[in-house]
Design a protein around this ligand. Structure first.
Ligand SMILES: [Zn+2]
Length: 429
C-alpha cells in the first residue's frame, strides 16, 4: 500500500515535470540567409544559416546542419541583417492633419488614448524593420511605460523599447505658459530648476519605469548649465541610466557636452567647433535629420519645411565630415494619410543619402552605433551567437542600395516572427 502511494506520487510528479518541460520546450528555427550583412564591418557573407533558439542566436555560419524538427525560414533570395534602431521616437504623441499643435494635442488627449496611438505606432515601427527604439518622452502620464510593458509581456507587438518617462526641463519645458495656467506642463514635463528638484525628477522617473533620462536643455532663455547637466548625468548614472539632451542652441549643446550626456538630440545649430568637441568627448549626435517632406508633415508653410530641412542637412554633412559618432533618430509625430509611423521613420534615410553618406555608414548609424548608444550592444544590433534574434530581411543588399530598407519583407524580434511573406514559414522538416 505504501509502495503504491509512492508510485502514484512519483507518477504524478514525473507527469507534471514532463508537461512543464514540454510547455517550455522552445522551437528551434533555422533561417536560410542568401546574403547576410554585418553592419559593423560593412561586409556580406553568402548562403548562411542562422539557428535561433529561446529567442537568441544559437549558431550562425555557412553549411551548418539544420537539426531535425527545426522550423525553416527560407530567406535564400533575400538579404538578411540585424533589426534597425530609431533612437528618437515619441510613440504616444500623434498629431492629426487638422491640428499639428503639440501643445493642443497634449492638453486634449488623455494618456489612455495616446497609449492606444502608441500601440499602433509601435506596431508600425516593427513592420518597417525597427526592432529597437529609444522613446524620448512626451507620452502623457507614463503612457510610454505602459506601452513598453505591454510589448514586453507580448500583449501587443512592438520594438524593444528604452523609454524616458517624463521629460525633465527648466520651468516651462517646451511650452510657453501663461501665469494663470502654470500647471499645463502636467503631466508632460517634470520641471526641475534646483538640484533637489533634478534629483527628485530623476528618481520619480525611474520609479515609474524610465530606462533613460531625457532633458530639455535650452528651449527657454534660461538654460541648464554644464554643472546642472553634470549633476543630472551623475544622478542618473548612479541608477545605471544614460542621459539624452535636447539641444536647440550652440550654447545648449556645449553645456550638454561638458556635462557628459550620452547623446545630443537635434543639435542642428551646432558649429563645427561644437561638433569637434562632441567627437572628442565621445558624445553621440542623434540628429533627427528631417527630410523636406517630413518637415512638411509638421504643418508649417512650405518655405519653412525647405529651410528647416536645409539647416538639418548642412549640419548632417558637417557632422559626418568631422566624424562625430551618429545614431539614427527621427522625432516624427505626425499622422499622415498613406504613411505609418514606420514608413515616415525609414524615409529619414533620404537625408543621409542626400548628405552624401555611403550606405555602409548609414547602416552602421542605424544599428551598431545605435546599439552602443542605448547600451544594448552586447544583446542587440548584430547577428552573432548569444545575441537576441532581432533579424530583418530586404529584397536587395542595403550596402548596394540603402533604399531597399524601405521594403523590409521579414521581421523577427526576440526570435519571434512578426512579418513574413506567407510562404516563408515552412512546415517542420
Ligand atoms: Zn523629440
Amino acid at each position: 500500500m505504501r509502495n503504491r502511494k509512492l508510485f502514484n506520487f512519483l507518477f504524478v510528479f514525473l507527469l507534471i515535470t514532463f508537461c512543464f518541460l514540454a510547455a517550455n520546450a522552445q522551437q528551434l528555427t533555422a533561417i536560410k540567409a542568401g546574403k547576410l550583412v554585418d553592419p559593423e564591418t560593412g561586409t556580406t557573407a553568402v548562403n548562411q544559416i542562422i539557428l535561433v533558439e529561446n529567442g537568441r542566436i544559437k549558431a550562425v555560419g555557412a553549411g551548418l546542419q539544420i537539426p531535425a524538427g527545426a522550423g525553416v525560414i527560407d530567406l535564400s533570395g533575400s538579404t538578411v541583417l540585424p533589426g534597425l534602431f530609431d533612437c528618437h521616437t515619441h510613440m504616444c504623441q500623434t498629431t492629426v492633419l487638422e491640428n499639428r499643435d503639440l501643445f493642443d494635442m497634449d492638453m486634449k488627449q488623455t494618456t489612455a488614448f495616446r497609449a492606444i496611438w502608441g500601440v499602433a505606432n509601435a506596431r508600425a515601427m516593427l513592420e518597417s524593420g525597427f526592432t529597437t527604439i529609444r522613446d524620448v518622452g512626451n507620452n502623457g502620464n507614463y503612457g510610454d511605460t505602459a506601452l513598453r510593458r505591454a510589448i514586453e509581456q507580448n500583449i501587443v507587438p512592438g520594438p524593444t523599447m528604452i523609454n524616458a518617462g517624463r521629460i525633465i526641463a527648466p520651468f516651462g519645458g517646451q511650452y510657453h505658459l501663461q501665469p494663470e495656467r502654470r500647471a499645463l506642463g502636467e503631466p508632460e514635463y517634470l520641471y526641475a530648476d534646483t538640484r533637489d528638484e533634478m534629483r527628485k525628477a530623476i528618481r520619480e522617473n525611474i520609479q515609474f519605469g524610465a530606462l533613460v533620462i531625457k532633458i530639455v536643455v535650452d528651449d527657454q532663455r534660461y538654460i541648464y548649465s554644464a554643472d546642472d547637466i553634470k549633476y543630472i548625468v551623475d544622478e542618473a548614472r548612479g541608477a545605471g541610466l544614460k542621459v539624452a539632451a535636447h539641444c536647440m542652441t550652440e550654447q545648449g549643446a556645449r553645456n550638454a557636452i561638458l556635462g557628459g550626456v550620452a547623446s545630443i538630440e537635434h543639435g542642428f545649430q551646432m558649429s563645427d567647433d561644437a561638433l569637434r568637441l562632441a567627437k572628442e568627448n565621445n558624445i553621440v549626435l542623434v540628429g533627427t535629420d528631417f527630410t523636406e517632406e517630413a518637415a512638411g508633415y509638421l504643418g508649417p508653410p512650405a518655405p519653412f519645411a525647405k529651410q528647416f530641412h536645409a539647416v538639418f542637412l548642412d549640419r548632417l554633412k558637417r557632422a559626418y565630415k568631422i566624424g562625430v559618432q551618429m545614431a539614427y533618430g527621427t522625432d516624427t509625430f505626425a499622422d499622415i494619410e498613406g504613411h505609418t509611423r514606420g514608413t515616415i521613420a525609414i524615409s529619414f534615410i533620404d537625408s543621409f543619402t542626400e548628405a552624401g553618406i555611403p550606405p555602409r555608414d548609414i547602416l552602421k548609424i542605424m544599428t551598431t552605433n545605435a546599439a552602443k548608444l542605448l547600451g544594448v550592444e552586447k544583446q542587440r544590433g548584430a547577428i552573432k551567437v548569444g545575441m537576441y534574434a532581432d533579424i530583418i530581411a530586404t529584397p536587395e543588399n542595403p550596402l548596394d542600395n540603402i533604399n531597399t530598407l524601405k521594403k523590409v519583407s521579414f521581421v523577427m524580434k526576440n526570435g519571434k516572427v512578426f512579418k513574413s511573406a506567407d510562404n516563408q514559414l515552412k512546415e517542420k522538416r
